[in-house]
Design a protein. Structure first.
Length: 329
């Protein structure tokens, strides 16, 4: 795109107080065609209006603004071309979209404008009515639905071999390195206004004695803990040890206590700024590389999505060829 298109985009933003017809004259320029259908710059600006206004405000310089606008218009033109092609495919597949979904997106779009009046002004300036906008949104949703449907079909067709999984694991081992971690449950009693910390600690000492006597930690957590997860036996789940104390998933005092406790053990009572904690370390795992068996379920979906994505690109490229796409920017 040349700089003049960025200038036209800027005019779209700044001419908000002008007449709609004047705005239309500024922006009505064919930027692409799909068979006999045209995509106008005004179509693109109707899509990009709020974003272009934000770029004008945040750009560090006129050059930066022009470059950002150039990039966004190019990307949006490409999206518009693909959307037209996918909309045709959606029609052939007899896809439909619920009106409630369109209305929800319509309302979300309105929220991008400072006021209802600004929203209406922008619509008028772009030459769109509210029904036109709803129809544009409907076509976009149908295009997206078609894209999702095609990707789903392609993913189901992909067959991933064991050798592909093993090769991916070998080539991406940095993705599967695991920090030291522990799976924990906790019982937590908060500090209460007007209640001495000594009293709260004494309550926790009683709980700890029951655990030591053989009571179920999970049942005691359900009965006494005031932390999230209490209803599930005080479950915290897996927590990671930080490279430096306190930089992991737990505050420093708790992290030190947890990772000083053997698997299956119970920490001492730990006081933090929030209250008193008693933690059971159900399982410990040292830092290291996860095994292929452990991460196979992570790798297979990645490979399937990657392969389906490549097939999707080829499918879109073929549709573009058949659709005689031309761009003029």
């Amino acid at each position: 795109m040349n700089r003049s298109l960025a200038g036209l985009a800027a005019a779209v933003v700044l001419a908000g107080l002008g007449a709609a017809t004047a705005r239309a004259e500024l922006v009505d320029q064919v930027v692409a065609t799909v068979d006999t259908e045209v995509i106008l710059l005004s179509d693109i600006m109707a899509e990009l209006g709020p974003e272009i206004r934000d770029l004008r405000v945040t750009a560090e310089s006129e050059q930066a603004f022009n470059q950002a606008v150039d990039k966004r218009i190019r990307a949006t033109v490409d999206q518009a071309i693909e959307s037209k092609i996918l909309y045709r495919e959606a029609q052939l597949a007899a896809l439909d979209i619920d009106d409630d979904i369109i209305e929800k997106q319509f309302q979300e779009l309105k929220k991008l404008y400072p006021s209802h009046e600004e929203f209406l002004k922008e619509l008028e300036a772009s030459g769109e009515s509210m029904s036109d906008l709803r129809e544009r949104l409907r076509k976009q949703f149908l295009a997206r639905a078609m894209a999702a449907r095609r990707m789903d079909q392609l993913e189901k067709e992909v067959v991933i071999s064991e050798s592909e999984v093993a090769q991916y694991y070998h080539d991406h081992q940095e993705d599967f390195s695991r920090p030291e971690r522990a799976r924990c449950r906790q019982i937590f009693l908060p500090l209460e206004e007007g209640v001495s910390p000594d009293i709260v600690r004494a309550r926790m000492e009683e709980v700890k004695r029951e655990v030591a006597a053989g009571a179920s930690f999970a049942e005691l957590a359900e009965a006494f803990s005031k932390a999230a997860g209490a209803e599930d036996g005080g479950i915290i789940g897996w927590v990671v040890r930080g490279e430096t104390p306190g930089q992991g998933d737990l505050v420093e005092a708790l992290e030190k206590a947890v990772f000083a406790t053997e698997e299956g053990g119970i920490t001492d009572i730990v006081q933090t700024d929030f209250g008193f904690h008693l933690v059971k370390v159900e399982k410990r795992e040292e830092a290291g590389l996860a095994s292929l068996d452990e991460v196979r379920k992570e790798i297979e979906p990645r490979l399937r999505t990657q392969a389906a994505g490549e097939r999707y690109k080829k499918w879109i490229a073929e549709l573009r060829k058949r659709s005689r796409v031309r761009t003029f920017i």
